[in-house]
Design a protein around this ligand. Sequence first.
Ligand code: LMR
Length: 344
Amino acid sequence: MKNFWRKAAALALSGLLAFGLAGCGSGGEKSSQGEQKKDEPIVIKFSHVVKETTPKGQAALKFKELVEQKTGGKVKVEVYPSSQLYGDKEELEALVANNVQMIAPSATKLVGLNPAYQIVDMPFIFKNDQAALNFYNGPVGQKLLTSLEDKGILGLAWWPNGAKHFTNSKRPLKRPEDFKGLKFRTQSGGVLDAQFKALGAGSQTIPFGEVYPALQNGTVDGQENTFNNIDTQKYIEVQKYLTVSGHGRIDYVVLVNKSFWDSIPEDLRSKVKEAMDEATKLATELSDKQNKESFEKIKQSGKVEIYELTEADRAEFVKAMEPVYREYESKIGKEIMDAARNAQ
Ligand code: LMR
């Protein structure tokens, strides 16, 4: 946490220096006198870590198209997919420093700023996709979205992306005891470490862009992700078993640098917001569709042995997760846990 802010401050400083030297920030087109140049478009750099073909990748491109259309080119969006510009950790620092203006990380990666975002990882807490969506769009989800404003970050939207499932290279995972002694990649945050610990397994945080080689060279035995990420990252080339568990979620929070956002003239900002609302609809539709398609593709490939948890298996896992619920209820907050549990 301390490290994060130290680095963010350093980046912010380098950003400011660059701003001062060049007379313009990445998002604000100013002349050397600091005046907004009339004909220069405002540029939003949008960085993310997944492929362009994924729901997030497609929604980001849709957002670009809509922004440019609705503002008549006065606001331009540059999308950088596949960790091209920044990986998991750097993208958040770059956002604070205004080196990029928009990112859409998986919510759990915000744990260092607000531990409550780990609600998405709380095992077996959401009943289904619709329940998660209703939670995000309800008062508790909306409050979470705006919880980073004092850190200079504004949440614009939740982009739901779907349930996570386990893959690994060692053996079929059907019951909690099957996890003993295995090591899994995690995105970040204590809930995921606690989840694997409760199953007798180890864990290691690895940036998304480095997961494939980590699975390939055996740094970790397994990972957890959506069907679409498993498919588009080609994990099944280096994994032998898939457990359809839907035990947690990977959903995104679209974040914008707040000072940059406030600097966009009001008439244009409302168009950008409109574009975001439309892109959010697309992200929601695509996540459902593409996860289904990817699951079919994984099945058809015959490359992994697939096991779907039964209701009885799920009950065993839920029981095994009791220490996680106990430890994290106070860290995440009872109000948030209850809202997630009760969402329909
Ligand atoms: C992961 O790190 O596994 C995911 O958060 C990547 C993503 O953005 O979908």
